[in-house]
Design a protein around this ligand. Structure first.
Ligand code: CO
Length: 133
């Protein structure tokens, strides 16, 4: 397993428009299009910075899993995404080292690249997403 970089930081939003205004208009950052990802029940917009991306994620509807996070924690930091060379190999290696995974297999992520989430109970309370480099 080789982790090459911080891919993105994700912020959970109840009100995506409010965050688009904050990051786009007030901070003047380059906003990408809002994309709906029905398989995960979310809509997503990426902000591309030279060294890292910021992912704004909001629930698509009342059924979205993200609502549970928002009820528990409110709006704010949701996960960090690390780029790895091989997600499957990383999951096996991390499991051997006692790190739990929410996703036992890679699945398509918000920007259509394979991802897998690790369990925050085994990663110091931080929700970590592994994304194919
Ligand atoms: Co992400």
């Amino acid at each position: 397993m080789k982790i090459s970089k911080l891919n993105h930081i994700a912020i959970a939003c109840r009100d995506l428009d409010k965050h688009l205004k904050l990051f786009g208009e007030i901070f003047g950052m380059p906003l990408g299009d809002v994309v709906e990802v029905p398989s995960q029940g979310v809509k997503v917009a990426f902000i591309e910075l030279p060294n890292v991306r910021i992912e704004l994620i909001a629930p698509l509807d009342d059924q979205a899993n993200l609502n549970k996070f928002l009820e528990k924690h409110g709006e704010g930091l949701h996960h960090i995404s690390l780029a790895v060379d091989d997600i499957k190999a990383a999951l096996i290696e991390l499991s051997d080292k006692g790190v739990g995974a929410i996703d036992k297999e890679p699945r398509p992520g918000a920007d259509n690249r394979p991802v897998a989430f690790l369990h925050p109970k085994t990663t110091g309370g931080v929700l970590i997403e592994l994304e194919k480099d």
